[in-house]
Design a protein. Sequence first.
Length: 281
Amino acid sequence: MKSKKKTIIIAICVLMIALFCFWQNNVLEVTHYTFSSSRVSARLDGYRIVQISDLHNKNFGRKQQHLINKIKELQPDMIVVTGDIVDSNHTNIDVAITFLEEAVNLAPCYYITGNHELWLDDTLYEKLINQIKNTGTTILDNEVVEINHNEKDDTVEDTTDFVMIGLDDGSLLGNTLHELSKDINTQKFVLLLAHEPQNMSFYSKENVDLILSGHAHGGQFRLPGIGGMIAPDQGLFPEYTEGLHVKNDVSMIISRGLGNSIIPLRILNRPEIVCVELEHE
């Protein structure tokens, strides 16, 4: 009798742990931020940018419907994908493309590469990039784009509301960001997409206001009062894993991302969608 009771207790504990792990790795969480600045024009008040990062081939329902429905609820004006949409260790391009095919119906989509894209062999990389382009998503690797939110307003002379810079993962350091940002009108709000957050000190020296980043997977395992435990390129107890960071009057928001890679499990670190609302100060 005692043996049977013990077996039942163990089975219940195993089931509870399994349900907890499923919830931690599959139930989406939305984190809201408001970014206020005098360089954000009044025309941009309430403009919403949804950030998706580090999908790593993960599925959230058939045709990514759980993920798409969450994004749809946020009513984004723009969707940015900040790298590692696939995983180089078990690449499934179809999962990434299915997400983008659905996402472009909600808002204009912009994409930069992460380290996992650059780790693909040339054939897979070319296939991925071509299929991303075919979805109507703009690839912003080492490019600058002017965002014209009010381009249909004939009463507005200058329709450029803000400027967005994208860096590919092979150009995060060096002279690329300086060259891309040096001629931008300093009165305009400048958004930078850069996959890896540990380079914050470098990014913050240039003409940018807000950086959206990912890569660190929230530190993978998060402990209350301590934060993330481990992150690529930062090691144990990393500084840059999630949330808002400010340096040299430049803000950076780090997404905890959606999927997993080398470490297949998250603890106290649910898959995250970031929603940033702009506000004129």
